[in-house]
Design a binder for this molecule. Structure first.
Ligand code: OOG
Ligand code: MG
Length: 254
């Protein structure tokens, strides 16, 4: 078995069994291309088990996230049907190793979007936008990883909750957002934190997905990346993001 497949299997099993593994690239051998090949092979195992591909998530698109994790390259991961959790529902901690949550904005596409596109071209492919929360969960012990390692681990994707879909006619370049836990404001932010305009994250998603031979599809969701630092979640909490003009997304933790 190739090293790529071996690491993919290890990461997939860690996610499926909810059991952290040691870092895989302690001798710094993995290239970025290797890392995406591992991600692709590990997601292929989920698809074989019946999960459906539903979109893309972007990572490290805000300074807040780059600083928090100490990495500064924009990365992406694959979203599957099993990761989408009910808005307003209850998230069970037993499905995660040690999860964190962060506020994001999500795009729903009405058309495929591929390769080098402009902001207006990307916007024209958007059916709707929504406030969202992403649950990230590293499969590595202590949430510690290098850039290739986090890419291999599907950019820590583990769950997402989407609030109400809104027409993209609202100017969403700089919408205020309040990230609250148990009604307490933990971070205030803005959608402008995402590369200066969240549409830039969608433009990057279109380019990176096409490069991987999996261009963005109509009906797919694109998560634009955390706009503030992420927070650990604990049983009993109520987590919410309220976004100016767009509404809110929330869940309870059990
Ligand atoms: C990596 C994933 C980054 C984001 O929104 O920036 C990410 C991580 O922080 O574990 O999801
Ligand atoms: Mg994220």
């Amino acid at each position: 078995m190739s090293r790529i497949q071996e690491f993919a299997d290890r990461l997939d099993e860690a996610a499926a069994k909810v059991c952290a593994i040691a870092q895989i690239d302690t001798d710094d051998q993995l290239s970025i291309d290797d890392a995406y090949a591992i991600q692709s092979a590990s997601i292929a195992r989920r698809i074989e088990r019946g999960e459906k591909r539903v979109g893309v998530k972007m990572g490290f698109t805000s300074r807040a996230k780059m600083l928090q994790m100490g990495l500064s390259d924009v990365i992406w991961g694959r979203l599957t049907s099993r990761m989408q959790l009910e808005e307003g529902g209850t998230v069970d901690l037993s499905s995660f190793i040690r999860p964190r949550v962060e506020p994001e904005i999500a795009f729903l596409l009405k058309r495929p979007l591929s390769g080098h596109v402009t902001g207006p071209e990307a916007l024209a492919a958007v059916e709707a936008i929504a406030p969202a929360l992403e649950i990230i969960d590293s499969r590595y012990q202590d949430f510690k990883f290098t850039l290739p390692e986090v890419i291999a681990d599907n950019a820590s994707s583990s769950g997402f909750v989407i609030g109400p879909w809104n027409a993209p006619s609202t100017d969403f370049s700089n919408l205020g957002l309040a990230f609250t836990i148990d009604g307490r404001l933990v971070h205030a932010g803005s959608t402008a934190a995402l590369l200066g305009h969240p549409l830039r994250s969608l433009v990057a998603a279109a380019r990176l997905s096409a490069t991987a031979g999996e261009p963005l599809q109509a009906g797919w969701i694109v998560m634009a990346g955390g706009a503030t630092p992420a927070e650990w979640i604990h049983a009993g909490q109520h987590v919410s993001v309220q976004m100016q003009h767009l509404g809110s997304a929330s869940f309870h933790v059990r």
